[in-house]
Design a binder for this molecule. Structure first.
Ligand code: ADP
Ligand code: MG
Length: 699
């Protein structure tokens, strides 16, 4: 990501949260003009009270933001704590106290342990560098991923960069700015012009996001401009300020969508476009009201094309606010499918639309016939998880002696009804699966991201504990490519198969068997999963022969499975071990052959008589079309074959499709393709009624 000149970032764990990073620092090496937009909540947090009278202003140098504690409603001590922190930041950086802004987010009503922040500052200053990643991570609360982006804009012949980090999630509503968003730019802009541009850009973007209609005590957007891009300073309205504002709004628009998509418990993002409204305020009000209606949101969660709730919301706003809107003249569309027009419901293919509403983004379009104004709002669906996250939030918070807080997130602490439902549902499956073999192909993001690796290891361990016999087959393509690149070799692929010459074979083996496999085994065995690392060479587990590509092209040391040594595997399974297999086969001549891991997983599943074969990958499952078609929840072997034939399944998924068909033909009753980018998908698929990915059966 591009970052503007003269800014440095850092993020550390100060102990406000149990383990994660919770303290972010953004520093401008030169005095910067500053602007800010704050919450309208009258119970504003102490950092907001401190900062809102001090911007817009010249000469700002640093923003310190913490998560884990909102420093809100903590009495007079709250402002004292802000002062202590500002002084400490000023000392640590050798700048003036008035050049420091702060922001907080987290639990309301717990005193901020300012000394923890003071203690962590030297380490944070030490760490300052030109990547905003750690700072973006440190301001997260219930966000599941950091949010950052940048834009470039040419001003007076000079290229300036604007970059932003933000956090969203719950308590996010449109009355005001948003939660925390720290924007920095090297453009030269006066504080007044900066404030104007920020306020206008926020109005169209962050102010149009709604996750739950709540208005937080801490919402803050800061914008620092240090002028190092060297453009003639922008003081007033004009072409340059317009260009700057357009780029800023574009950037904040991306942040707004990212926040909506990652709302608490959200499974999908919704974009509501209301056009043809009698005025801008009416358009904004209708768009936001639709995006924040609990009924609309619940229907979106269920992929239910219940458009009546949408139009009803418009009618309600028109009545309550007195907008000159005639809802009977509106045209309503969901995912581009018109559902109401000309004053009457329009016939549509309900099943097809339901299917499209399972996509991760929902488009709601309301075209009114009452004027010219248009507004766009972003939101998310309302899921069971929103309630789960928020029902017990403060009851789960434990205040620790050192002033920090921890979350006691054990299921035991949730409401009895929730626990009962969850356990009954899960136990049913646990009983049914006991003693059966499940082969899991481990690939994609689940193999790369630290938290996902942990979640995967936990899942496999848990499966074993409840009596399932897991077998893990892993890939390692990205890691191999990286290592080959380091050695100065380029990877060439034919139909998703890496051409493996004599030189790269040892590298492939080293990475798969020597590294990926061993790391996974270690991760599992820390949890006492009883994992045993195997390559296909061990015990002649995978007898293989050289594969010939249909084009006749020589792929080098690439193989296909001839035979699986099932007795050997059975020995481990009977002994209660979890085999972790790297996709290397052994030729009759004794050479190693690299085999596609999808194929290995299928062969192993057939050989072990597995009752489940699970592919963890980087997409939601099998899609109608790649990359953004709807998820196909359930399909049969002939259906899958037809889709491959029709060209709707390509690339890496084509390999999986072939492997899935092989497995089904070989007697594996159920194959799942799951989204490995979400934590614990394996458990969610196996132990709950509502599966999460695609399920493929013979018929
Ligand atoms: P893995 O690392 O899990 O083996 P691959 O990249 O080999 O992942 O295979 C999954 C990829 O297949 C997807 O990321 C997507 O780009 C591609 N693909 C092609 N067609 C489809 C489809 N119809 N549904 C899902 N994914 C598809
Ligand atoms: Mg693949």
């Amino acid at each position: 990501m591009k970052i503007p000149k003269g800014f440095r970032f850092g993020g550390v764990a100060a102990g406000l949260k149990p383990v994660r990073r919770d303290l972010a620092l953004v520093v401008s090496d030169h005095p910067a003009a500053a602007a800010g937009v704050f919450t309208q909540n009258r119970a504003a947090a102490a950092p907001v009270q401190d900062a809102r009278t001090r911007v817009p202003a010249e000469g700002m140098r640093a923003i310190l933001a913490n998560s884990g504690n909102a420093n809100a409603l903590t009495g007079p001590a709250g402002l004292d704590d802000v002062t202590v922190i500002r002084s400490a930041v000023a000392d640590a950086l050798g700048i003036q106290k008035r050049a420091v802004l702060t922001a907080s987010t987290g639990v309301i009503g717990a005193r901020l342990p300012a000394m923890k922040i003071v203690t962590a500052l030297p380490g944070l200053v030490e760490q300052l560098g030109d990547h905003p990643d750690l700072a973006a991570e440190a301001i997260m609360t219930t966000d599941t991923r950091p949010k950052m982006a940048a834009r470039e804009v040419v001003l007076g012949g000079k290229t300036a960069v604007i970059s932003a980090i933000c956090k969203g999630s719950g308590m996010l509503a449109p009355q005001l700015a948003t939660t925390l968003c720290l924007v920095v730019t090297d453009a030269a802009v006066s504080p007044a012009a900066l404030q104007e541009a920020l306020a206008r850009a926020v109005r169209k973007t962050l102010n149009m996001v709604t996750v739950d209609g709540e208005t937080s005590t801490n919402d803050t957007v800061y914008l620092l401009a240090n002028g190092l891009a060297g453009n003639p300073r922008i003081h007033e309205a004009g072409a340059d300020l317009d260009r700057f504002e357009t780029a800023l709004a574009d950037l904040l628009g991306e942040m707004a969508r990212a926040m909506a998509a990652d709302g608490e418990g959200a499974t999908k993002m919704v974009e509501v476009v209301v056009s043809g409204a009698p005025g801008e305020e009416a358009a904004r009000d209708c768009a936001r009201s639709i995006a924040s209606s609990p009924l609309v949101k619940a229907a979106l969660f269920g992929a239910d094309p219940n458009w009546g709730r949408i139009l009803s919301t418009v009618g309600a706003r028109a009545g309550v606010r007195g907008w000159a809107i005639d809802p009977f003249k509106a045209r309503v569309a969901l995912q581009g499918v018109t559902v109401f027009a000309g004053g009457v419901p329009v016939e549509f293919d309900r099943e097809a639309l339901r299917c499209r509403m399972r996509e991760s983004r929902i488009d709601v379009n309301v075209a009114l016939a009452d004027g010219e104004a248009l507004a766009i709002a972003w939101g998310c669906d309302l899921s069971y998880d929103y309630v789960k996250i928020n029902a017990d939030y403060t009851s789960l918070i434990v205040q620790r002696e050192d002033g920090g807080v921890a979350k006691d997130d054990r299921v035991a602490n949730y409401s009895p009804a929730f626990k009962r439902a969850l356990l009954v549902e899960a136990l049913k499956y646990i009983a049914a699966f006991s003693g059966q073999v499940a082969v899991i192909k481990y690939g994609g993001a689940a193999m790369v991201k630290e938290s996902l690796k942990e979640a995967f290891a936990e899942d496999v361990t848990l499966l074993k504990r409840v009596g399932l016999k897991p077998v893990v087959v892993h890939g390692g393509a990205p890691e191999i490519t990286k290592t080959l690149e380091k050695l100065g070799e380029r990877s060439e692929f034919v139909d998703g198969l890496r051409i493996t010459d004599a030189q790269s074979l040892p590298v492939v083996e080293m990475v798969l068997t020597g590294k990926v496999n061993q790391e996974l085994v270690a991760l599992l065995n820390v949890r006492n999963a009883g994992a045993v690392g195997l390559s296909g060479k061990d015990g002649k587990l995978l007898r293989a022969r050289k594969a010939v590509h249909e084009s006749g092209r020589d792929l080098g040391h690439v193989g296909e499975v001839v035979e699986v040594n099932r007795e050997f595997l059975k020995m481990f399974l009977d002994g209660g071990y979890v085999p972790v297999i790297s996709p290397i086969g052994l030729s009759d001549g004794g050479a190693g052959l690299s085999i596609n891991a999808d194929e290995v997983a299928a062969a192993i599943a057939v050989a072990t008589g597995a009752s489940k074969l699970i592919y963890l990958t980087d997409v939601a499952g099998i899609l109608e079309s790649s990359p953004d078609g709807a998820l196909v929840r359930q399909l049969t072997a002939p259906d899958l074959a037809r889709r491959v034939e029709a060209g709707a399944i390509t690339g890496g998924m084509k390999w999986k499709a072939h492997s899935i068909l092989t497995a089904l033909r070989g007697g594996v009753p159920r194959v799942h393709v799951l989204d490995g980018r979400q934590p614990h998908t394996v458990i969610a698929e196996l132990f709950t009624d509502r599966g999460v990915g695609s399920l493929i059966t013979s018929e």
